[in-house]
Every structure is written in structure tokens, then in C-alpha cells.
Design a protein around this ligand. Structure first.
Ligand SMILES: Cc1ncc(C[n+]2csc(CCOP(=O)(O)OP(=O)(O)O)c2C)c(N)n1
Ligand code: SF4
Length: 285
């Protein structure tokens, strides 16, 4: 039934832009694409104005492919590099003011539940580390304490990339940046620990070195948020501009950082574990 949302009336499809026709005929609606399918179907996001080689764009691309039900998903973003790409995707996008993403998403999710009682809608916040852990901290934490049923994805490039290199709460201690010339004084905020204390049902830390794992993690977070409670993914998405990583070295940096201090980790509540075991059960042959 959900495909009715995107399918044009009979006879109308041919008059729509060819990009839309492609989306309907060769897109991911109604299917669950794998990372290895990339290049073989019309993706929800194909163009963006972010810097060449930016790892954040790879992650965002994978996030769109991973959406379990794109026709019933809404993205919430804010100021920061990521929204430059997220807002280009073929999924409704709401621009929350910087710092307001999780309050916006809370209200949105509740309103959608009232408006569409028979149709689950997936709300996904994707925002930078500064937008979430600094100015958006209060909204972030309270959405978690209230167990709001949406997913928060932190695009953690460990800097304010969009405004030229200020330190954020997620920058590592001692790091010198263009606009933090004396080096960061405090430690990187333990956002995963905070999520755990707040009772978030599914928490994951990831680096986009393994596309299939990124997609599985995002799907898990969205499905748990749909049925159980808040979910959080913290993704290392390097800023090659502010960290002066030559474009050909971006993936090497991702592998190095993953090995050094950003290993894949999932923290799953008992009720989310039970739920995932059920939904991920392989059909009996
Ligand atoms: C209320 C408010 N304060 C400040 C800004 C300016 N601003 C725009 S983007 C940005 C930094 C974004 O950093 P981050 O959230 O880490 O995302 P990134 O660009 O690094 O992906 C800031 C401070 C704003 N748009 N609104
Ligand atoms: S400034 Fe950094 S995070 Fe922003 S688009 Fe460029 S490389 Fe990516």
C-alpha cells in the first residue's frame, strides 16, 4: 500500500520529469537494496554540493539507500555541511534551526502518529556533532530521556566544518584547528555514554569503512525507533578540508581512525535485542 504514496496517477507518469520516472521505475521503493547494488538503480540522492571526497557524503548516500521505507520517511537536519546533501534527497526534509533538530523531530513524530494512526512514519535526524552535542544538547538529551521514537544520526567530523574549523564538543583533546589555534582543552564528549545513561534503546558507533555494515546499522536503528524507542548512531565522517586530509587519503584516514579509537560498537537494550531477533529472523526454507 505504501507505494501508492509515490506512484503517479495512470497516464500522468510520462509527463513527469525523467528523473521522477526513473525513481518510480528504477528506484529503491518497495525493495531492500544492498551496498553491492550501488550503481545499478536510481538512488534517492545523486547530486550534492559538498566538497569532493568528503566522507560525510558517502555516509549520507549509504543512509538513504538503507532507509527501510523511504516513502514514509522524513529527514530532519539543520545548519552544517550534511544538510547540503540531505536536502537534495528524494525524501521530505525539514530544516530545524541549529540546535532544534531533536525538539523538531519530537513534535513531528508525535504529530505524524496522530495524523496517520495506521501508517508508521520514520523520522530521522541527521546533523553535525556541533549541532547535536553543543548547541542542540538540551533538545538531544531530553528527546532521549522522553524515549522519543526517532533515530538521531550524528555526522561526527569532530569540527564545525561548515563555518571554517571551530572545535566542537566531539573534537578530541589537544586538536589544533584553524579556529582553535591553541588546541582543544577538554576531552571528546562521551556521547555514546550519555545515550546509554539516557536509556537510548539502540546505540552504535561506526566509521563508513564497510558499506554493508553501515546500512545494516542504520536499518536497525530506524526499525528499533519505529517500534521501541530512541536510537542513536554516531558516525565518524571526516572533514578532509578542516583536517587537511588529501582526497585520495580519505578512506585510509577512516580505516586508521576506526582502528585507533572509533571501532564499531553497538549497545542494545534487552527489549530492542528481543525485537531485532524477531525482525531479523531468517525465513524458514
Ligand atoms: C543558531 C545558529 N548559530 C550558529 C549558526 C552558524 N552555523 C552554521 S553551521 C555551523 C557549524 C556546523 O558544525 P556542525 O554542526 O559540527 O556540522 P558540520 O558543518 O561540521 O557538518 C554554525 C555554527 C547557525 N546557523 N545558527
Ligand atoms: S567542509 Fe568538511 S565536512 Fe564540510 S563538505 Fe567540506 S570536507 Fe565535508
Amino acid at each position: 500500500m505504501s507505494l501508492d504514496t509515490i506512484k503517479p496517477s495512470p497516464g500522468f507518469l510520462e509527463h513527469l520529469p525523467v528523473e521522477y520516472q526513473d525513481l518510480v521505475n528504477h528506484g529503491q521503493y518497495g525493495k531492500q537494496m544492498k551496498a553491492t547494488d550501488m550503481g545499478k538503480f536510481k538512488e534517492l540522492i545523486e547530486e550534492h554540493p559538498m566538497c569532493a571526497g568528503c566522507a560525510m557524503t558517502l555516509f549520507i548516500r549509504l543512509a538513504f539507500i538503507a532507509l527501510p521505507c523511504p516513502e514514509h520517511s522524513i529527514m530532519v537536519g539543520t545548519a552544517g555541511c550534511g544538510r547540503l546533501a540531505i536536502s537534495q534527497g528524494n525524501v521530505p526534509f525539514i530544516y530545524g534551526n541549529y540546535g532544534d533538530t531533536n525538539s523538531t523531530a519530537s513534535g513531528l513524530k508525535r504529530a505524524l502518529e496522530i495524523r496517520f494512526p495506521n501508517q508508521k512514519k520514520d523520522v530521522i535526524v541527521m546533523a553535525g556533532d556541533g549541532g547535536l552535542i553543543d548547541i542542540g544538547f538540551q533538545g538531544l538529551m531530553h528527546s532521549w530521556f522522553r524515549r522519543e521514537k526517532f533515530t538521531t544520526i550524528m555526522l561526527d567530523n569532530e569540527v564545525y566544518g561548515n563555518t571554517g574549523g571551530q572545535e566542537s564538543g566531539m573534537t578530541v583533546q589537544g586538536k589544533v584547528l584553524k579556529m582553535a589555534p591553541r588546541g582543544k582543552v577538554n576531552e571528546k564528549t562521551d556521547a555514546m555514554g550519555l545515550a546509554k545513561v539516557a536509556g537510548v534503546d539502540y546505540i552504535a558507533r561506526i566509521v563508513p569503512t564497510n558499506p554493508a555494515r553501515v546500512m545494516r546499522t542504520i536499518r536497525r536503528a530506524i526499525l528499533v525507533a519505529r517500534e521501541i524507542g530512541s536510537t542513536y548512531i554516531q558516525a565518524y565522517t571526516s572533514c578532509n578540508i578542516e583536517y587537511s586530509i588529501p582526497t585520495p587519503e580519505v578512506m585510509k584516514d577512516a580505516f586508521d581512525i576506526e582502528k585507533e579509537r572509533y571501532g564499531f560498537e553497538e549497545i542494545i537494550s534487552d527489549r530492542a535485542k528481543e525485537f531485532l531477533a524477531e525482525v531479523e529472523k531468517k525465513p524458514k526454507k
